[in-house]
Design a protein around this ligand. Structure first.
Ligand code: IPM
Ligand code: MG
Length: 351
């Protein structure tokens, strides 16, 4: 089969990790007999430099006409002087919104081989960690009303019931395929949006009586993640809480350089990106960890192409080379490491 993929390499380490991800893609294609039509388009800082705006029309058009989008990371201090809608990150938010990608799936799994890089005491993570954060992606404070003057600024957190209901449905469906345990995280002791969130999640939960649901305040959740992370299986939360908690969850599994994500809507179409940022400080040095974006490509096979075998092949190859002791700088724990390209060579050999 031939798949149409829009490729947005982005800024900082984006281009180098995406080059490696594309190599893995072709290796999977060769092994399983698929071909890819990859169209590279620009967004974020790279687009500002080349086209004078963070999201050229052609980028949106190519993305809309693709089966899936693979994205590296956008942003960097180089564009810090830009305000509001001109910022590189705004391209990412517009893509998510315009493509209808309201569900961000962020699995946080600890690889057995990396348990020494986990910053928590070993007894806390004994037996491993395996949770998935389901983050609402096109609502909340990221997309609410805004206002700025010299001495005042305001960002509104807004939610409609339907926005909460559809992400809750996704989370319950995921919970049904896992351990039927869901924690919904909010700030219902303070925020009206959170009270609507809680009420809506409870309503949806009636359709899934087998799923054990609990509600937790976000400040407590941030604490529970470091004192007892194994209590979590599926975490359901709104946009900004999910942004923050997924960074935290990623570090307790070993490194933010390891975690992939899928942004999904109602259909098979999806955008796949690592959860980490563009890390301009290490860009161009061949030391970035490409595993998060390679695992994001695995998620693309699973969610958009419904090809579980291909997805598992990538995940197994990554796991095997980690078991063999190959590491990038971020996961060495003081031992030897190899480069971005070299670790990808190992993954491809394993495939
Ligand atoms: C993420 C990132 C983005 C977000 C930024 C780059 C806009 O942190 O995907 O987690 O906040 O959603
Ligand atoms: Mg983030």
């Amino acid at each position: 089969m031939t798949f149409n993929i829009a490729l947005i390499k982005g800024d900082g380490i984006g281009p180098e990790i995406m080059n490696e991800t594309v190599r893995v893609l072709y290796a999977v294609g060769e092994k399983f007999g698929h071909s890819f039509e990859i169209k590279e388009v620009l967004a974020g800082g790279a687009a500002i430099e080349a086209a004078g705006c963070n999201l050229p029309e052609i980028t949106m058009e190519v993305c809309k006409n693709s089966d899936a989008v693979l994205l590296g990371a956008v942003g960097g201090s180089k564009w810090d002087h830009l305000q509001g809608s001109k910022r590189p990150e705004m391209a990412l938010l517009t893509l998510r919104k315009e493509l209808g990608l309201f569900a961000n799936i962020r699995p946080a799994v600890m690889f057995e081989a990396l348990k020494d890089t986990c910053p928590l005491k070993s007894e806390i993570v004994e037996g491993g960690l395996d949770m998935v954060i389901v983050r609402e992606l096109t609502g909340g404070i990221y997309f609410g009303k805004r206002e700025t003057s010299q001495t005042y600024a305001c960002d509104c957190m807004e939610y409609w019931e339907y926005e909460i209901a559809r992400i809750a449905e996704k989370a319950f469906q995921i919970a049904m395929k896992r351990n039927k345990k869901l924690t919904s995280i909010d700030k219902a002791n303070v925020l009206d949006t959170s009270r609507l969130w809680r009420k809506t999640v409870d309503k949806i939960s009636k359709k899934y009586p087998e799923v054990q649901v609990s509600h937790m305040y976000v400040d407590n959740a941030a604490m529970q993640l470091v004192i007892n992370p194994k209590q979590f299986d599926v975490i359901l939360t709104e946009n900004m809480f999910g942004d923050i908690l997924s960074d935290e969850a990623s570090m307790i599994t070993g490194s933010i350089g390891m975690l992939p994500s899928a942004s999904l809507g109602d259909k098979q179409f999806g955008m796949y990106e690592p959860i980490h940022g563009s890390a301009p400080d290490i860009a161009g040095k061949n030391i970035a960890n490409p595993i998060a974006s390679i695992l994001s490509a695995a998620m693309m096979f699973r969610h958009t192409f419904s090809m579980e075998e291909e997805a598992r092949a990538i995940e197994k190859a990554v796991e095997s080379i980690l078991n063999q002791g190959y590491r990038t700088l971020d996961i060495t724990n003081g031992k030897d490491y190899i480069g971005t390209m070299e670790i990808t060579d190992k993954i491809i050999e394993m495939l």
